[in-house]
Ligand binder design. Structure first.
Ligand SMILES: [Zn+2]
Ligand SMILES: [Zn+2]
Ligand SMILES: [Zn+2]
Length: 116
């Protein structure tokens, strides 16, 4: 399995909690203070938080990507028909879409063979 190291989106690589929760000296809860997080290939920018890793409404880590700013996908994917790719639930706008989990895309289930 391929994994790569990316800059922690939640703290933007500083290793400190961006909201100073519970204290300004707190280590970032996403990367544990390292400033980087590991994601598995293939990863795309999280649709729900726009790659920021931050849940805008709650000022917490994004529930879709756990604050990493990236989500792992399995190809082939297509735009989520429920949220139209926004990753946001259509009825409760501060929750990730229940179909794609906030990724904005879903794995295509079609079985047809595609020429490479
Ligand atoms: Zn961090
Ligand atoms: Zn996110
Ligand atoms: Zn969706």
């Amino acid at each position: 399995m391929d994994a790569k190291l990316i800059t922690c989106a939640f703290c933007q690589g500083t290793g400190k909690d961006p909201f100073g929760i519970p204290s300004p000296l707190s280590s970032c809860q996403v990367c544990g203070g390292k400033g980087t997080v590991k994601v598995r290939e293939l990863a795309i920018a999280c649709a729900f938080c726009g790659g920021s890793g931050v849940h805008d409404e709650l000022r917490l880590t994004c529930t879709a990507c756990s604050g990493k700013g990236m989500v792992t996908i399995k190809e082939p994917v297509e735009k989520c028909p429920r949220c139209q790719g926004t990753g946001v639930d259509i009825s409760i706008n501060y929750l990730p879409c229940s179909l794609c989990g906030g990724k904005g895309v879903i794995t295509t289930r079609k079985r047809e063979k595609q020429p490479v």
